[in-house]
Ligand binder design. Structure first.
Ligand SMILES: Nc1ncnc2c1ncn2[C@@H]1O[C@H](COP(=O)(O)OP(=O)(O)OP(=O)(O)O)[C@@H](O)[C@H]1O
Ligand SMILES: [Mg+2]
Length: 307
């Protein structure tokens, strides 16, 4: 288990991480989501002892990184796939890592196999595509067979096949009881990969929970087509619903459930032709959650208005 305990990291006048406090549990894939510059990589670097906290602390199964006796056997990480000596072959890169952590060389061939890069094991890393480098980075993370795994934006540069592979792979690692912590700035990707999600913005925790919990926090809308939209709209607005006209024959209602809209229509004597609850998409949830914390935001046209 990973414990982030009131972590703050400041670089001169930038607060990259601001009093972050959460836990990452074993046995599930936990997604770490936030817009660009929100502090994901900084948090991961602090977990790995590559940066020192300004305040607070991070522990891996109760211990600080610098107190781990054999770090690669306890926590594996992929931070920057291209940070590998370009003149080395994939196999030699992994062998060097294994040697410095007293890991058997036979494990190198195992992880090359797991990550599907055995056939390029003797090729120089400098010629690897980003996708191949990502796989090599994952192989390195797995070398010490650690219980805790961290991956910073691992799907960057992967093709759809690679992305599907990585999803399955993370799930299988979690099923084995490991702690799997994966960052991304794409909610839609994390929804398919992660069980639990932690959302940050400007270094602060915005929310955490299961994917379903998060979707439920954002109000859905109800699409309505009916015989007399004018009188229905009047009745809905009287109930404090937000009504937006979507076409000549349909309205979208926020603030009431489809049951409530149906009952209100019945009482108002309006015939309903269509009543469709519409759940917010995950990307909309993410946009809404992080809207106030975007480092570089652009406003969007078409805000919902009262009628
Ligand atoms: N070494 C550093 N020196 C100064 N500022 C830094 C340093 N590292 C990160 N920052 C700043 O800290 C903030 C958080 O950066 P970080 O890289 O952790 O974000 P991120 O969530 O990983 O973003 P991205 O999605 O772009 O990878 C940013 O404002 C960044 O400019
Ligand atoms: Mg980053």
């Amino acid at each position: 288990m990973l414990k982030i305990d009131h972590l703050t990291k400041r670089y001169e006048d930038t607060i990259a991480v601001d009093d972050l406090d959460f836990e990452v549990k074993p046995g599930v894939v936990t997604g770490f989501l936030g817009p660009n510059g929100s502090g994901k990589s900084t948090t991961m670097r602090v977990i790995l002892g590559l940066d020192h906290p300004t305040k607070g602390r991070v522990t891996i199964d109760g211990k600080k990184y610098e107190d781990l006796k054999s770090p690669l056997r306890e926590v594996g990480a992929l931070l920057d796939a291209k940070a590998v000596h370009p003149g080395r072959t994939a196999r030699n890169h992994l062998r060097a890592l294994a040697a410095s952590n007293r890991i058997k060389w036979s494990r190198v061939d195992e992880v090359l196999e797991f990550t599907g890069i055995s056939s390029v094991a003797n090729k120089k890393v400098g010629g690897f595509s980003l996708g191949m480098s990502q796989r090599l980075g994952i192989a390195a993370a797995l070398l010490g067979d650690p219980q805790v795994l961290l991956f910073d934006e691992p799907v960057n540069g992967l093709d759809p096949e690679g992305i599907r592979w990585i999803r399955e792979f993370f799930r299988s690692l979690a099923k084995e009881g490991r702690t799997v912590f994966v960052s991304s700035h794409l909610m839609s990707e994390m929804a398919l990969t992660a069980d639990q999600i932690i959302v940050i913005g400007r270094g602060k925790l915005i929310t955490q929970g299961s994917v379903d919990d998060l979707t439920a926090t954002v109000q859905g809308t109800v699409l309505v087509r009916a015989s007399n939209l004018t009188s229905l709209t009047k009745a809905l607005v009287a109930k404090k619903a937000i009504v937006q006209s979507t076409s000549d024959t349909a309205i979208s209602v926020t603030g009431l459930s489809s049951d409530e809209v149906g009952e209100l229509a019945f009482k108002t004597g309006v015939v309903i032709h269509e009543l469709t609850p519409q759940r917010a998409s995950l990307e909309e949830v993410f946009m809404e959650l992080t809207a106030d914390s975007l480092e570089y935001g652009a406003s969007m046209p078409g805000d919902v208005s009262h009628e």
